[in-house]
Design a protein around this ligand. Structure first.
Ligand SMILES: C[S@@+](CC[C@H](N)C(=O)[O-])C[C@H]1O[C@@H](n2cnc3c(N)ncnc32)[C@H](O)[C@@H]1O
Length: 296
C-alpha cells in the first residue's frame, strides 16, 4: 500500500522505531494506540502483528478517517472516535480484559496544525476553535477566552505556555471588543513582544489555549490512574510527551507504580529523539519517551 504523498508530508511519526522496539510487539499481541492521529505508529504496529489486534483511538474524527484510509490494507484493527481515557470501556466493548501494550503520542499532529480553519496555528487566519473533537459541545478556544477572567487566562498562559508576559497578554486579549480570531490574538501578542520573540510567543500562547480547550492534562491524569489494571504481566506502556508538565505527570505516575511494585521502569531518564530525527523533523525536538513494563 502506498500513502498519498500529501498525507505523508503532513505528519512524520515521532520516535517511530523506538516506540516499536519498546512496545516489544508480539505477533499475536493486542495493542492500543490511544492517539491514533494519521496512523503513523499504528501502521508499523499492524505490520508487526500478524495474528494480533490493534485498537486505535482519537478524538479527531477527520484524522481517524485518514488513518482508516491509509491502513485499509490491514484487517486486524478497530478504530474508535473517543477519548483515550475511555480505553477501558472500549476494551469492554471488544470483550478484551487486558492488552500487551499501550502507546500514547500526546499533543497534536502536524496535519491538525497545518489544517487551515481549526485555529491550532498562528499561521492561518481562522476562527479560534482548537477542539480536537469537533462534535464535542465543550468550549472552543474563543469561547474560553470570552468566559475566562484575566487572572484565569494569565494562569493558563503561564502554566501551559510558560509565558513570561502572561499577564500583559491576558489583559490585552480580554480588552478586545472585536471578534476573537487568530489574527486578533497575534496582533495583541505583537503589542507586547519584540519582533524576534514573536514566533515563540505565538506558539506558547496557542499551545496553552489548546491544552486548556481540550483538557489535555486532566485526561492524561485520568488515564494514568487506571492503565496498569489493563496491562498483562510483562505488558508495556510507552508515552511520548512534548510538554514538561505532561512529562512530569507521567514520571510521577510511573514512579508511584514502581513503588507499589506494579511497574518496572525500562529507562530511568526519558528517551529523546536522535539528532538525525530532530534535523529531519523539527517537531520532534521536544519529544520525551517514557517506558514501563507491568510486573508479573
Ligand atoms: C501527535 S498526534 C499522534 C500522531 C500519530 N502517532 C501518528 O503517527 O500519526 C496526537 C493525536 O492525539 C489525539 N488526541 C489528543 N488528545 C487525545 C485524547 N485525550 N484522546 C484521544 N485522542 C487524543 C489528537 O487528536 C492527535 O490526532
Amino acid at each position: 500500500m502506498t500513502d498519498s504523498p500529501s498525507i505523508n508530508s503532513i505528519h512524520n511519526p515521532v520516535m517511530l522505531m523506538e516506540s516499536l522496539e519498546n512496545l516489544k510487539i508480539k505477533k499475536n499481541g493486542i495493542y492500543i494506540d490511544g492517539t491514533l492521529g494519521l496512523g503513523g505508529h499504528s501502521k508499523e504496529i499492524l505490520k508487526n502483528i500478524k495474528s494480533g489486534f490493534l485498537i486505535g483511538i482519537d478524538r479527531d474524527y477527520e484524522s481517524i478517517m485518514i488513518a482508516k484510509n491509509r491502513l485499509s490494507s490491514f484487517k486486524n484493527f478497530q478504530f474508535y472516535h473517543d477519548n483515550y481515557k475511555n480505553f477501558h470501556f472500549i476494551l469492554e466493548n471488544e470483550g478484551i480484559k487486558k492488552v500487551d501494550g499501550i502507546l500514547l503520542d500526546l499533543g497534536l499532529s502536524s496535519y491538525q496544525l497545518e489544517n487551515n480553519g481549526r485555529g491550532f496555528s498562528h499561521k492561518f487566519e481562522s476562527e479560534l476553535d482548537m477542539r480536537f473533537d469537533k462534535s464535542d459541545d465543550g468550549l472552543k478556544a474563543r469561547d474560553l477566552i470570552e468566559k475566562y477572567s484575566v487572572e484565569q487566562l494569565k494562569n493558563i498562559f503561564r502554566e501551559f505556555g510558560e509565558e513570561r508576559n502572561a499577564l500583559k497578554i491576558a489583559k490585552l486579549i480580554k480588552e478586545s471588543d472585536k471578534e476573537i480570531n487568530v489574527k486578533n490574538i497575534t496582533r495583541k501578542i505583537d503589542r507586547v513582544t519584540p519582533t524576534r520573540f514573536r514566533l515563540k510567543t505565538y506558539s506558547r500562547i496557542f499551545q496553552a489555549l489548546r491544552i486548556e480547550t481540550n483538557d489535555e492534562i486532566e485526561h492524561l491524569k485520568d488515564f494514568l490512574n487506571v492503565f496498569i489494571d489493563y496491562l498483562k504481566p510483562g505488558g508495556r506502556i510507552v508515552i511520548i510527551s512534548y510538554h514538561s508538565i505532561e512529562d512530569r505527570i507521567v514520571k510521577h505516575s510511573f514512579k508511584n507504580l514502581k513503588l507499589k511494585n506494579e511497574l518496572k521502569l525500562i529507562v530511568k531518564k526519558p528517551m529523546i529523539p536522535t539528532d538525525i530525527e530532530v534535523s529531519e523533523n523539527k517537531r520532534s525536538r521536544s519529544a520525551k519517551m517514557r517506558i514501563g513494563e507491568k510486573n508479573a
